[in-house]
Design a binder for this molecule. Structure first.
Ligand code: NAP
Length: 365
């Protein structure tokens, strides 16, 4: 099968940082699906795993933890899927990734692909959606049925992959969503996704919060730098409020800053359930099925900004490079396989593809 892989960990400008390879098809375990991958998306986990280091792999390592495709075969113990089913999933960071024509994945981590979306559109959802959903509902404990209606949620980093879906999920749950974006285009993006208020994360947040009448907020979901926002989060969280972060801290963080307010702090790591084979890991498949229903009911909009095609090393290097710029809006997805013996070529979709897919709340540029 075709795949995109690495053996050395190199800067993304190096053509050897990701290369096109031929690999044997993976063998599914009894609880696995073997999926024919039709589209993938790129996340910061790819660039972090690929980051330059001295290590050399003895066999090619396939990255990619977001895919949409078709079930080719099922293991003996699989119950929820059969060959031919269209699926989407993030998978397990401890196993080979999705940048390959076929991938083996635990069925419990897999959802049925939204029927109304193309493979390319669907591939932009799983990793960020699971992160956003688990952050809001499993860690912060927000009530999906409106029990926190009107309470305030500050989302730091609203226009990125995770923020783009978190804004929509929080609005569906009735929260007042205050988010951050620093550029006119990212500001427009978050407003179009439903954010109530937008702050500029290049400027101090407390005076901006005070100016909109939310000097303190009930909940904070920080999808950017934990170290950089730690003090300000402690300052603006309301007494007994809750904070979730998803980016590992580089410096020690001072939990004492939260003590006088009895504020709670949570980590969210999307791969915890698969990495530790937790008994409840099937919740990830359930979450993806629930989100597919919300997408098909037009309650959630796709979050992809750009679609590259086909899936090849050159396009994945472009996608990594863009993601490393820190200026990505929504998701970058890569779709379809090249024909053997042909040039790879590449096509770039427009940011406005979100508008084409679902028109009612879409950014126009
Ligand atoms: N723990 C987990 O399970 C998990 C899962 C997914 C992601 N992550 C991590 O979460 C982070 C975000 O992931 P992502 O996919 O959402 O990234 P992304 O799509 O690359 O995020 C890009 C966004 O970050 C915003 N941004 C840049 N500088 C910022 C700043 N100083 N403060 C606030 N926002 C800023 C930008 O907004 P502007 O353009 O408006 O400046 C841009 O829209 C990454 O570090 C990733 O590794 C963790």
């Amino acid at each position: 099968m075709k795949a995109v892989a690495l053996t050395r960990y190199l800067p993304i400008g190096d053509p050897q940082s990701l290369v096109d390879v031929e690999l044997p098809r993976p063998e599914p375990k009894p609880s696995d699906l073997l999926v024919r991958v039709e589209a993938v998306s790129v996340n910061p986990v790819d660039t972090k795993v690929r980051a330059p280091k001295d290590k050399v792999e003895t066999s090619p390592r396939v990255l990619g933890w977001d895919a949409a495709g078709v079930v080719e075969a099922v293991g003996a113990d699989v119950r929820r899927f059969q060959p031919g089913d269209e699926v989407y999933y993030a998978g397990d960071v401890t196993r080979a990734g999705s940048n390959a024509q076929f991938q083996a994945v635990d069925e419990l981590l897999v959802g049925h692909k939204p029927k109304s979306l193309s493979f390319a559109e669907a591939a932009g959802f799983p990793l960020t959606t699971l992160t956003a959903w688990e952050s809001l509902f499993d860690r912060l404990g927000l009530d999906r049925q409106g029990g926190n209606r009107g309470q305030s949620l500050l989302i730091i980093g609203g226009a990125g992959g995770v923020g783009s879906i978190a804004i929509q999920l929080a609005k569906l749950a009735g929260l007042t969503v205050i988010t951050t974006a620093s550029r006119p285009e990212s500001r427009k993006w978050v407003l179009d996704l439903g954010a109530d208020q937008v702050l500029d994360h290049r400027q101090p947040l407390p005076p901006q919060l005070a100016a909109i009448g939310h000097a303190e907020v009930d909940f904070i979901a920080n999808f950017n730098n934990t170290d950089a926002y730690w003090k300000v989060m402690a300052e603006v969280i309301r007494p007994q409020g809750r904070i979730v972060c998803i980016v590992e801290n580089a410096q020690p963080i001072d939990l004492n800053l939260l003590k006088s307010k009895s504020a709670a702090f949570f980590w969210e790591f999307m791969f915890t359930r698969s990495m530790f084979q937790t008994a409840d890991r099937g919740r990830q498949g359930d979450i993806l099925d629930q989100v597919a229903a919300l997408v098909d009911e037009r309650k959630i909009n796709p979050t992809h900004g750009e679609i590259f095609s086909p899936i090849c090393a050159e396009n994945l290097r472009r996608a990594h490079q863009q993601l490393e710029s820190g200026k990505t809006i929504g998701k970058i997805t890569v779709s379809g396989w090249y024909e053997s013996g042909r040039g790879f070529g590449s096509a770039q979709g427009a940011l406005g593809s979100l508008k084409k897919a679902h028109s009612q709340k879409a950014p126009s540029s």
